[in-house]
Design a binder for this molecule. Structure first.
Ligand SMILES: [Fe+2]
Length: 327
């Protein structure tokens, strides 16, 4: 069985071909198009994967897309409506693109590749977890995923065992470690989704003298989950990363911002971020091993919902046919 996995329309579009569960070929579109972080449809990467596998598109039994566009659209629409009228510009920008293109992934894949078969849509964080777990040598493992945002989830933990993969709890948008990371990247004058590694590299050269400010905008709960004070941010309105309140709190950046200040900022946020990532194991409360997670998941669920950012994952995850443009 040959399965072609695709990701596109966010950043770094890519394709991967699996044969009987083994990776035959994988490539990012930018390697062929020569456009840095190319997010367009990965036609060249897909063609490369098929070529490496020695097959044509008609031999592919399933094409998988890495997230569920309708659920993601629900999050974007809900966030923009909840923050109206301030989000109206973002609304006017986003809606035509979504209605014209991003909601019609199945049709686009079929059209671009001349593919007639089934297109499956996986949950964003399941795709992250699956790419790590299924490619690992482990039969059983506890898993933690953290990113900017997928559909609604910004992170989650769970377990994998054999072919079973289950995320038990998740952090929900907008309380995102990855978005906090991006905000600091943008504030320091670097390009989001590109410059993070640079500020990370600078961090060891700074001192954590802005730690109080960082703690003002991001709070770690005892169980390791994260809460962002959204009065400081703008990303949930789909416009900028951070707002005037953040700027007032953080001071001016730009030409006057010395590189050591950058490092100090990064250092301060790093004091929070790795701790968050480690604590984010909420696993501390539920046991770190996959076995413990399975055994304690009911304890977790009965421990209460807590703040809005934390939620138990409904058992509707994994690959499904629920996607836009279903026949
Ligand atoms: Fe992600």
């Amino acid at each position: 069985m040959d399965i072609l996995g695709l990701s596109f329309f966010y950043h770094d579009a890519a394709a991967c071909l699996l044969r009987e569960g083994e990776v035959v070929a994988a490539a990012a579109e930018e390697r062929f198009s020569r456009k840095k972080h190319d997010f367009g449809f990965p036609r060249l990467a897909a063609e490369y994967c098929l070529r490496e596998a020695g097959i044509g598109i008609q031999d592919v039994s399933h094409v998988g897309f890495y997230e569920k566009p309708i659920v993601k659209f629900d999050r974007i629409l809900s966030s923009l409506l909840a923050t109206a009228p301030r989000s109206y510009r973002a609304f006017l920008t986003a809606m035509p693109i979504w209605l014209r293109e991003k909601l019609w992934i199945r049709e686009l894949i079929r059209r671009e590749l001349g593919y007639q078969g089934e297109v499956l849509f996986g949950d964003h964080h399941h795709s992250h977890a699956a790419s790590a777990f299924y490619a690992s040598p482990f039969e059983e493992a506890a898993m933690l995923t953290l990113d900017g945002v997928g559909e609604w989830a910004c992170g989650g933990y769970g377990y994998g065992r054999g072919t079973e993969l289950r995320l038990l709890r998740e952090l929900r948008f907008p309380h995102s470690l990855g978005m906090l990371y991006s905000v600091f990247t943008a504030f320091l004058g670097f390009e989001v989704n590109e410059g993070e590694y640079k500020v990370m590299g600078l961090a060891p050269y700074g001192r954590p003298r802005y730690l109080p400010q960082v703690n003002q905008v991001a709070h770690l709960h005892e169980d390791g989950s994260l809460w962002l004070n959204m009065r400081y941010f703008e990303f949930h309105r789909g416009v900028r990363s951070f707002g005037p309140r953040f700027r007032r709190m953080a001071g001016r950046r730009g030409a006057g911002t010395a590189i050591l200040t950058v490092a100090s900022w990064r250092c301060s946020s790093c004091r929070t971020l790795p701790r968050a990532a480690l604590c984010c194991t909420w696993l501390r409360g539920s046991g770190f091993t996959a076995r413990h997670q399975r055994e304690h998941r009911h304890d977790d669920a009965s421990a209460g919902a807590g703040p809005d950012s934390r939620a138990e994952v409904p058992d509707t995850s994994g690959v499904s046919e629920v996607g836009p443009g279903m026949d």
